[in-house]
Design a protein around this ligand. Structure first.
Ligand code: EPZ
Length: 422
């Protein structure tokens, strides 16, 4: 239970410019990838969020040293001599499973606690395991701990992923770079964070081609040919999309700076379909709206499809649109809990399995609500900004996992909100 809440006064607007932090869903994996460098790497544009603290703890538990200076991380993995990641850390953050691939790549072995599920779904890792087994990894499970070994070494293979899983693609990549021979990952995830990881791995001496396409090729290299690096994390497209949704809600104009607009193509098309004006430049996007929000239909899909991590934010827009919208969640099996909280604020939503039918209403009413995951939490704060009266958002620990200074950034855009101790 978070010890703080966010109290939001309604009827505010969000206008101005906000700088976007580095991508959480890239930085966490870049940190894991430094295990392959066996020396001091530097990561720039790393967001100041609690998930980064947990990954730092995972790396120091393995024997690395991690120093932070603002948005820069200095990670030295030369002294890493253990390949055990305990349950206490994995249970705090599922993304700890991202050390599995690099540990196998470096040591040919790993002992990582099996990650649990979370509010949005079972979050299985069967595709990670099937793919890694094709590279010669043998897995045993002992009392909840995944034990990986490579009795016959790590050998390149042609792997076809059942689903373009982001995590499975990343773990495959970070093991295959040290395998003997050639690996192809077919049906690979195409998210911008995958491209960022491959750019960093190549700067460490890896030989990866095709990142961003659905077929990635890796030429295995000797571990001793890999070296530490200095890398800058790409901007966080989901944080950017969240603030743009705030601008769409209140009319803006609102500008997000430090993001490549090409990361958000489908989301920008949906903002325009809902009646917003979008102006995109090299590293920034401005959104404004001077007509009522129009309804739209959304299917969440792997990139370059519509991102599931912006589904809650767009459900909020649809809740205030002039008509009926249908949102279909195809990526996670249980990612509509946000709808129940929004209905407490007066939204009119019907859930039919993985479809949500949203009938727009004129106003939302402030109410006490609870974050169910970090994206739903961020969207609930936005809902409070446009609602009638006050909204108190509970379980804000979810928000702190993935949004750097969310309250401060929203306040700088004109919102009236504050963190309060419980
Ligand atoms: C990453 O999760 C992100 N997390 C998620 O962001 C994001 O929603 C997701 O990718 C999809 O884009 C991080 O990068 C830390 P997947 P990941 O493997 O890698 C199923 C956020 O809000 N699946 O692409 O876990 C899985 O259960 C978070 O920042 C299997 O069944 O996503 C899910 O239904 C939330 N077996 C679907 O595939 C597997 O072996 C997509 O999972 C792997 C995945």
């Amino acid at each position: 239970m978070s010890k703080e809440v966010i109290v939001v006064r309604g009827n505010s607007t969000l206008t101005g410019e906000v700088r976007i932090a580095g991508a959480k869903n890239s930085a966490l994996k870049l940190m894991a990838a430094t295990l392959l460098g066996q020396g001091p790497s530097t990561l720039h544009n790393v967001p100041v969020i609690s998930d980064i603290e947990i990954m730092s703890e995972v790396l120091t538990t393995l024997g690395a040293s991690v120093e932070r200076d603002g948005h820069d991380l200095f990670i030295d993995t030369a002294a890493v001599d253990r390949c055990v990641t305990p349950y206490e850390l994995v249970s705090k953050m599922r993304a700890s499973i991202s050390v599995l691939g690099p540990l196998i790549g470096r040591f040919g072995a790993a002992r990582v606690a099996m990650p649990g599920g979370c509010q949005i779904g079972a979050r299985k890792i069967d595709m990670h395991l099937v793919g890694l087994e094709m590279l010669g990894v043998k897995f045993d499970v002992d009392h909840g701990v995944l034990i990986a070994s490579t009795p016959n070494g790590l050998n390149g293979a042609h792997v076809v992923l059942e689903f373009p899983s982001v995590g499975a693609t990343e773990n495959m990549l970070m093991a295959a770079v040290a395998a003997k021979g050639h690996t192809v990952i077919e049906n690979a995830a195409r998210e911008p964070e995958i491209v960022d990881l491959c750019d960093m791995l190549n700067s460490m001496g890896c030989k990866i081609s095709g990142a961003g396409a659905s077929s990635i090729e890796i030429e295995g290299v000797e571990l001793d040919d890999l070296h530490p690096c200095e890398h800058t994390t790409v901007g966080d497209r989901i944080e950017a999309g969240t603030f743009l949704a705030g601008g769409a809600l209140t009319g803006g104009p609102l500008t997000v700076v430090g993001i490549d607009p090409s990361f958000l193509k489908m989301s920008l098309l949906k903002f325009e379909a809902m009646g917003c004006k979008i102006e995109a430049q090299a590293d920034r996007i401005t959104i404004s709206r001077d007509h009522p929000l129009s309804p739209t239909d959304i299917q969440t899909l792997p990139h370059p499809g519509f991102p599931t991590d912006l589904q809650a934010q767009f459900m909020l827009l649809a809740a205030l649109a002039d008509g009926i919208s249908v949102i279909t969640e195809n990526v996670f099996e249980n990612r509509f809990m946000f709808a129940a909280e929004l209905m407490r604020m007066g939204a009119d939503i019907t859930l039919e399995e993985h479809h949500a039918i949203i009938r727009g209403v004129k106003r939302l009413q402030g109410a006490p609500v609870s974050s169910t995951d970090l994206r739903a939490g961020a969207a609930l704060v936005l809902a409070g900004i446009v609602a009638e009266g006050y909204t108190t958002v509970y379980e804000i620990g979810h928000i702190d996992r993935g949004y750097e200074d969310y309250v401060g950034k929203l306040s700088s855009l004109g919102a009236d909100l504050e963190r309060r101790s419980l």
